[in-house]
Design a protein around this ligand. Structure first.
Ligand code: UDP
Length: 241
């Protein structure tokens, strides 16, 4: 059993409690995802203008759209105040989030539209990049539904869900969904992103304090798959409301 608070515990193979909640902003898509004490506001904003590097030549019609992400931790989200402004960790994380979200959409079906998913961490307790992916997918679907209603897109560009979770080895045992105290002492730390067909989109794994065997890698991926299935069910339950 792993401690969650002074009174609550969870199994190593269980996710922390996950909630996806309405959090209205001005953006077309907007949700708050809470995974234990990690809370991330995920929004998706639509612009009818593509990034300059992929904009069509003058007189030509756009044939594709684009999805990208930005990630940020608010100053009060961490124990020591997080200084505002870009940093290399944030840049790496937002590129990961963007890559995974792009695996959820057929960009040929949203010509000329650019959707930016903003992930702002309100509270950080481990797994902020993976919670960002899971929440941003929901905001992205909301934004795409809005674009379809407004006639900006004719056919649904969503291919299927994407979600992500962290796994690790703690005291020699595979463990799902690391919070910060677990992350700090993890022998192996891994972030896994998958789609609803059980296909991997990205796996980032590091032997932080040791090495890991193929068998351990397999059991970590099995655990991540189980967690991601549950996260996808949570996404779909929220989107059905
Ligand atoms: N963290 C922090 N300050 C930072 C970066 C990280 O307090 O500047 C904490 C935070 O709780 C975060 C955890 O360390 O969730 C793990 O950080 P990591 O870089 O592994 O990213 P994450 O697991 O959040 O995606």
């Amino acid at each position: 059993m792993l401690p969650m608070s002074k009174t609550k515990t969870r199994k190593r193979t269980e996710l922390r409690p996950v909630k996806i909640e309405k959090f209205p902003t001005q953006a077309a898509g907007s949700v708050l995802i809470k995974q234990g004490n990690t809370h991330v506001l995920c929004t998706a904003s639509i612009a009818a203008e593509l990034p300059r590097w992929m904009a069509p030549k003058r007189g030509e019609e756009p044939t594709k759209g684009w999805v990208s992400a930005e990630y940020n931790m608010l100053p009060a989200s961490t124990n020591d105040r997080k200084r505002r402004g870009p940093d290399s960790r944030g840049t790496e994380i937002q590129r990961l989030i963007g890559r995974v979200l792009r695996a959820a959409v057929d960009m040929d079906k949203m010509p000329g539209l650019a959707i930016t998913c903003d992930c702002d961490v309100l509270q950080a307790d481990g797994g902020t990049r993976t919670a960002s992916i899971t929440g941003a997918y929901v905001a992205l679907v909301q934004a795409i539904n809005h674009a379809r209603k407004e006639g900006m897109i004719k056919t649904n560009p969503i291919i299927g869900n994407v979600a992500a979770v962290s796994v690790g080895v703690i005291d020699g045992l595979p463990t799902l969904d690391l919070d910060y105290p677990l992350d700090v002492r993890a022998e192996v730390d891994m972030n896994v992103a998958m789609n609803n067909k059980g296909q991997f989109i990205e796996v980032q794994g590091t032997g932080e304090q040791g090495t890991f065997s193929r068998d351990e890698l397999n059991s970590l991926l099995d655990l991540a798959t189980k967690g991601i299935r549950q996260l996808i069910r949570t996404q779909n339950a929220f989107l059905k409301k």
